[in-house]
Design a protein around this ligand. Structure first.
Ligand code: HEC
Ligand SMILES: [Cu+2]
Length: 480
């Protein structure tokens, strides 16, 4: 019995020794009584910018000045929200210090604000991560200091009651405690942070939106966004890099409720500092970023194109705003990716050549016209199954990608009432209600009767001047 226990303990002991020998970099322990030399003011940045790399090689006193500002800003096109911010934007300013630094933190609550606030930095060892020491009314400043004892990427947030509401209104950001050995140089470092918004109206409802506490309780956000607003870091605000360049993303999740399944469409993460700590994983497709957590992600952009940074809980990306983009500019590399090499008709064995139309029989029979009411009913069903995937519910489209069908000046200006678009598809640059689109709509193969119903629905339901379109009209255009 005794010798067995001894053996077990000895085995465990050797296992531990072996284990520590195989770990290449030792964990560095900071001695908080160690000297701090000199002082600097921290450079703070708004997403997607990241402060410059730290070149200091000794423990330094770093002074951080952060101002809390409550202000109304854009949440989406035509949608405003009163955000509570660390530094005037969501997410809050990015703070960068070095492992071992002494951080002297100054938090200012702007006199025009309505409410008291504070800050809980996950990088702090101390009560409430600084929250207790930093609680201040509007027009006041608080100061406290902490030693950056652990390296890593940390979330900070407001922790004033009701805490969930302060976070839901945008009070979060990232603080990086850079390891002593620093990071390997890369061409670009970017700051991206996800967070949800719970609004009184639904997604896209115009005007000023209030915070909805019930939706927050139920964890049912209307918006899930990257960098504080729909489109904040996509489209014309996308980050840009050149082919062959390396990227390090500092990716955080402010929550308040949802976990992010973070993924880049069209890229593989070469390296992930899991949960923002010291453990490095390689060759990752999707990495989990908890609410109140972060990850450091590195990759090389080998081919040109647009990388879509998404929460792969995918309805959030396509329907609630959880999308940021990196445009990779430069020459193709066909050794890595060819693009479409060819497209040809696919004929399974035994299949006869088919017409493109799905509705052959219907078309050969005599034309039976429907009433406006019948066309509207059929049109609604057909719209949902054939058009909504791109043009979205209620025809509201996706700005810059799929044009809206609601009160579309482009559609209303067409003499064919849109018949040609459905029969033949559409490509090339067009302008719809002042916004440019340059994308491809595939031709939709369906019977004259169905085309007539869909278009009748779109002209009436989506405010395009109404009217009844008959199957005979479609047939006439098809034969032109
Ligand atoms: C695969 C995505 C997709 C589907 C499905 C689709 N469209 Fe489109 N549609 C587009 C794109 C993209 C454009 C803009 C093309 C361009 O940039 O030239 C467009 C343009 C249009 C336009 C002209 C622009 C405007 O906003 O008025 C109309 C009308 C239209 N589509 C109607 C429909 C209807 C009706 C259906 C269903 C039968 C449909 N589309 C299905 C992608 C799609
Ligand atoms: Cu607050």
């Amino acid at each position: 019995m005794k010798s067995k226990t001894y053996l077990a303990v000895a085995t465990l002991f050797f296992a531990l020794i072996l284990n520590s020998c195989t770990t290449s970099t030792e964990r560095r322990i900071i001695d908080p009584s160690e000297d701090v030399k000199g002082q600097v003011r921290a450079v703070l940045t708004d997403a997607p910018e990241v402060p410059p790399r730290i070149t200091n090689k000794s423990n330094t006193k770093v002074i951080v000045e952060l101002e809390i500002i409550e202000k109304q800003m854009r949440l989406s096109d035509g949608v405003d929200y009163t955000f509570w911010t660390f530094g005037g934007k969501v997410p809050g300013k990015f703070i960068r210090v070095r492992h071992g630094d002494l951080v002297e933190f100054h938090l200012h609550n702007h006199p025009d604000n309505m409410l008291p606030h504070n800050i809980d930095l996950h990088a702090v060892t101390g009560p409430g991560g600084g929250a207790e020491a930093s609680l201040i009314a509007p027009g006041k400043s608080a100061q406290f200091s902490f030693r950056a004892l652990n390296p890593g990427l940390y979330v900070y947030h407001c922790a004033t009651a009701p805490v969930g509401m302060h976070i839901a209104n945008g009070m979060y950001g990232l603080i990086l405690v850079e390891p002593l050995e620093g990071f390997t140089p890369v061409d670009h470092e970017f700051y991206v942070m996800q967070g949800e918004f719970y609004t009184s109206g639904g997604y896209g409802d115009p005007g000023h939106q209030d915070f909805d506490m019930q939706k927050a309780f139920d964890e049912r956000p209307d918006y899930v966004v990257m960098n504080g607003a729909v489109g904040a870091s996509s489209g014309e605000n996308a980050m840009t890099v050149q082919v062959g360049e390396t990227v390090r993303l500092f990716m955080g999740n402010g929550g308040p409720n949802l976990v992010s399944s973070f993924h880049a469409i069209g890229e593989i993460f070469d390296k992930v500092y899991v949960e923002g700590g010291s453990l490095i994983n390689h060759d990752v497709q999707t990495t989990l970023i908890p609410a109140g957590g972060a990850a450091i992600i590195e990759f090389t952009c080998d081919v040109p194109g647009t990388l879509h940074l998404v929460d792969h809980s995918i309805f959030r990306a396509f329907n609630k705003g959880a999308l940021a983009q990196i445009k990779v500019i430069g020459d193709e590399n066909h050794n890595v990716y060819t693009g479409k090499e060819k497209e040809e008709v696919y004929l399974p064995e035994g299949a006869a050549i088919q017409r493109i139309s799905q509705d052959k029989e219907e078309e050969t029979g005599p034309i039976v016209e429907l009433s406006l009411k019948e066309r509207m009913e059929a049109g609604e069903r057909l719209y949902k199954s054939n058009c909504m995937a791109c043009h979205m519910d209620h025809g509201r489209g996706i700005t810059g990608t799929f044009p809206p069908l609601v009160n579309s000046d482009f559609l209303q200006a067409r003499t064919d009432k849109g018949i040609g678009i459905i029969l033949h598809g559409l490509r090339g640059e067009i302008t719809v209600n002042g916004t440019k689109y340059n994308n491809i709509m595939p031709a939709v193969s369906m019977s004259d009767d169905k085309v007539a119903s869909i278009l009748t629905y779109i002209h009436n339901e989506f405010d395009n001047g109404g009217g009844l379109i008959n199957a005979a009209d479609v047939k006439a255009w098809r034969e032109k």
